[in-house]
Write a protein that binds this ligand. Sequence first.
Ligand code: ADP
Length: 623
Amino acid sequence: MAPKRRWLRLAAVLPLAGALAIAAVVALVTYRVAFELSLSTTRASAGHRLDLYAASFEREVGQYANYPYVMALDGTVLALLGSPTDSARRRAADSYLEALNDRIGTLDAYLLDKTGRVIASSNWNKWDSFVGRDLSYRPYYQNAGVGRVSRFYGIGTTNLQPGYFLATAIARGNDTLGIGVVKVSLDQLERSWASAESPAILSDEHGVVVQSSVPAWKYGTLRPLDAAARRQIAEAQQYNDRALAPIGLSTLRELDDRTHIVRLPGTAGSDGSFSTEGLFLAESRAMPDTPWTLTVFTDLSEMDDLARLWAALAGLGSLLCLGLLAVWRQRRRHLGEILAARAALQQAHDHLESEVADRTAALSATNERLRREVEERERTERTLRDAQSGLVQAGKLASLGQLSAGIAHELNQPLAALVTLSGNAVRFLDRGDLDTVRGNLERVRPLVERMGHLTGELKTFARKSSGEPQRVGLRKVIDDVLFLLNHRLTRGRVAMTIDIDGGDIDLWCDANRFEQVLLNLIGNAVDAMEGGDDQRIILSARREGRFVRIDIRDNGPGLPPERLDHMFEPFFTTKAPGVGLGLGLTISAGIIRDFGGELVASNAEGGGAVFSMTIPTGGGEAT
Ligand code: ADP
């Protein structure tokens, strides 16, 4: 796995592990606190119960404590001790002890001589009579002193009956004569304990349980016995041959030298009132005047369960709090991110707005400048158009100027004829030759009509046209131009050939301006061929798609090759000053361009110049 991915996984797992660790610590601390708090209460009540148990034990045993002394006061007892072998005295003492035993309710009452041998006993006449037995190995014999009662718990070696032995030395002066012993049953005490709600035990100095509310524990040990203790117990024949095995109590914690938390093995109370399984508080107390210890156990499992419950709740609560904290932090971070994003957005928006405002202002300024430029351009264009149309008009007038000599000649002929005819008419009228007069007058009419036609054509040609295109028949325009140039063509004996595809073609142009172009080009051709023997002009027109191509070819000297590329530039002329302006071709090219066509100049292969133009057809709108 890539280290980065491992880190990412760790980063995701760490907070969870941390939260679980915190929850575990909280649960642990809560458990301890809850446990300790309940423990102090439990300890108080356990101490109280211990008092009660101790008091009941003292009461039970204490009622018999004085009977050994009572024995020492009796005359028959003292008499027997004075003479232990006297059988009469022994019978008297036996009777006394039997009566005493019956009266006080002890198990047995008996008398030892100073060597530890039983010399009289309450059960002198029973099968288990102690009389004659040597009990010097019993600690109560060994520990017995004058004026005090030694206590001992053990199992009877004769009748195997357990009991509590109370013994005191009987003395005369400093002389110990014997030992008075009563054996007490603790069954009553045991029965009262059995009904208790939690276990209680009485253990001897070795930790052997001598009294217990749990029958199974009796003659068990709280801790394993060492060899010395076992030897001591065997010597005193205290518990006969009992195994004295540990009951299985384990100490978990010492609260003080008398109070422990222990775990008990699972054994029910004698009447099943409680179970000893689990945690218990063991509160102990040394019983006065005995090497014994009284221990009462208090069940801690409920308290433990409660503390565990608190711990679980606290753990879950802390997990919940941590979860809420994490959610809150995440929401805060999320909110922070949203706010930051919103601020960034706002900033971007503001920036954009100011940029848009700047751009808008710049655009407005540009727009204003463009508008002014457009206005300026339109103005310029208008001026240019005006200038162009002025130029066209000037060119036309110049052409008219060139025509003027021919026109004058054209008009002079009919005028001279008119003068002759009118003069002749008067003379023939005087002679009365009316037929001749009529004939002359009839010849006047076509002359005048021809003159009218000429001036009409001149007027039409000279008028200023708008330049708007319309459908125009090519043939008619050619005829009008040739009519105006008639004198010049005739004078030069120019052979004019017209070759139009299909006889005639419609063009889409301004007729007046197209006439100006043809007049200019044919006029130039005539000029160029002037003086030549064989002067010919061929005008051919062909359809080429949406256009009509018109070629005007002459057999003059042709165009100077070095000028071919500059033929349409203004002010180039080879004509004499006053004859040519050098604007004719420039204006013609401009007019054709305005029609949407083109005018080019070249030299024909067989010599002579060729001017070719394309003009949109008038078969419909020029598209
Ligand atoms: P202009 O006729 O006033 O001289 P144009 O612009 O009409 O002005 O013609 C410019 C010149 O082009 C003419 O002077 C002539 O030298 C030359 N040119 C025009 N047409 C022809 C032609 N068909 N053959 C030879 N040269 C020509």
